[in-house]
Design a protein around this ligand. Sequence first.
Ligand SMILES: [Zn+2]
Length: 200
Amino acid sequence: MEMNIKQQHCTEKYICGSAFSCIARALKLAGKLYSNMSDETFMKAAVAKTKEGIKKGQTPFGACIVKDGKIVSCAHNTVWKDTDITAHAEINAIRQACRKLSRRIPGRGKTVNLENCVIYSTCEPCPMCFSAIHWAKIDKIIYGATILDAKKAGFSELKICNADMKEFGCSPVKILGGFMREEALELFKQWSKRKDKKVY
Ligand SMILES: [Zn+2]
């Protein structure tokens, strides 16, 4: 029985039948098809930060964390700059947000709690980033391109979509996928034209 479950989970079709089905499920989980203008503004901030990273020879991923309608942190991927395989945009943004919100707590207060925050990511968070988002108690993920898009661009992604991470892990995080996906895909195109591009 255990083997059967394992085998099922290792079947690509089961984990992530298609980018479309994952996005459709993410949209269903979010409970709405379209979002408001503010979401667009914050995703644009993540896109702009990604472009900054691409110009500096980094990979095409950016993320922005928002609380009470204000940007708390915005970061691009710095895996190559930091020679740190965990320095994904979402992890960088979470670290920055926790440091920033900790400074707002009087005395020696520190927090790793990002409740009531939304993370805007140009690409669907990988399982590592999804886990960090869950640990940080972020309310909602809004992402553009999919993990499969990143895989197609050459990154060694684990093919487990956020909808499955949520379902298998029973995470309360809300997900809105495929938001401004065209803009996010454009980032991969820009990056792919660079001679200094490196995947991992
Ligand atoms: Zn990641």
